[in-house]
Write a protein that binds this ligand. Structure first.
Ligand code: TXA
Ligand code: MG
Length: 340
């Protein structure tokens, strides 16, 4: 069987945008940078195109897609009613990493909605996405541009590696500035219900930060295994146990990597310095250290994919405090750990 060449990664200059618009008008799929992660974009209102998105990702048919529009004014055409809550959330957070779930207008195909009566919509905050959406003037369905279950792509080459020739081209937006997917909120009622945590935090939404997680049936995607690299992911609760875990895994013959904030890794070293050798002396084959949980969010999926490339067997990730963006990071980490 002849293998098709990998898709080109195009600069998002006028020629690149024109090529993307032409591909999308022809019903093809493209890789599109957003401020969160790269999306696998196609015409949201064309069922045949949306079917191609599901096939490319091998995504379960009951897991609906997010519809992306250029501006908040386009929300009304996709839903039966823009609730007062949706209006105020859109005013506060769009463009930005917030997805609103509302009752769907009939023109949104059932396949896009995963068979639900609702549709998820957002206005991304990324110059390339904004330029493309304005140029094509069509809502674009764009799930994260990874095969189902795998880490989301935060760089153009991740899309090429994950989806290959299922995309016609990838627009290059460099590294995604945020790195975790949008916050998904059910905005049908009077109060926001968080279906997936993200950069628009529960604190910013005025939602009880310690509130119970959303019931699983309300966000279909949360039912499935997610974000997992091809190595074991283990969440290490605190610095005091990190070195012991590195040593135990290394002694068991595993190639071990560590991801964490600089402070946590330094604490881990300080905690064991009295009795044991440093991290570098215990056979660590890979490590990524970052400033804080915001940087961890940005680097997490890239670190997963880089750990794979370094043929790490077990990636130990130091937990971050579970508030603000840390909640979204810990959510993704736990899912990756559970799936491995
Ligand atoms: O940041 C993002 O949201 C990225 C970029 C590309 O925009 N997109 C993204 O899409 O993460 P995806 O398909 O990987 O995740 C969409 C999530 C899933 O958990 C899905 O179940 C949920 O949104 N979702 C979509 N439509 C929904 C609906 N009508 N009701 C409840 N949840 C919905
Ligand atoms: Mg996804």
């Amino acid at each position: 069987m002849a293998t098709r060449p990998p898709p080109p990664v195009l600069a998002a200059d006028p020629a690149g945008i024109a090529a993307a618009v032409a591909a999308l008008r022809a019903g093809e799929l493209i890789g599109l940078p957003t401020e969160t992660v790269y999306g696998l974009a196609g015409d949201a209102l064309d069922p045949a195109t949306v079917a191609r998105i599901f096939a490319a990702k091998q995504r379960p048919a009951d897991n609906p897609l997010i519809v992306h529009v250029a501006a908040a004014e386009q929300l009304g055409a996709l839903v039966t009613r823009v609730t007062p809550l949706a209006r105020s959330l859109a005013r506060a957070h769009w463009p930005g990493p917030l997805t609103l779930v509302l009752d769907a207008a009939r023109r949104v195909p059932s396949i896009t909605r995963g068979g639900l009566d609702t549709v998820a919509v957002r206005v991304p905050d990324h110059p390339v996405a904004t330029t493309l959406l304005a140029a094509i003037d069509q809502p674009l369905a764009a799930p994260s541009a990874n095969p189902s279950g795998r880490p989301s792509p935060t760089r153009a080459h991740h899309v090429v590696a994950g989806l290959g020739s299922s995309v016609r081209l990838v627009l290059d937006g460099g590294a995604c500035p945020l790195g975790v997917e949008s916050t998904v909120v059910d905005a049908r009622g009077a109060r926001p219900v968080v279906l997936r945590d993200g950069f628009v935090t529960r604190e910013a939404l005025g939602v009880e930060a310690d509130g119970a997680p959303a019931p699983r049936h309300r966000s279909p995607g949360t039912r499935y295994a997610h974000y997992a690299p091809r190595c074991a992911v283990e969440v290490v609760p605190g610095p005091d146990t990190l070195v012991a875990r590195v040593e135990a895994a290394t002694a068991a013959g595993e190639r071990v990597g560590v991801v964490g904030t600089r402070v946590a890794v330094a604490d881990a070293l300080a905690a064991q310095r009295r009795t044991r050798p440093g991290l570098a002396d215990v056979g660590l084959v890979f490590h990524v250290t970052v400033d804080d949980e915001v940087a961890l969010a940005r680097e997490l999926y890239g670190a997963f994919l880089a750990a794979e490339e370094a043929r790490v067997d077990r990636l130990l990730v130091l937990a971050v405090p579970e508030h603000g963006v840390g909640r979204a990071v810990m959510d993704r980490l736990r899912r990756a750990a559970a799936a491995a």
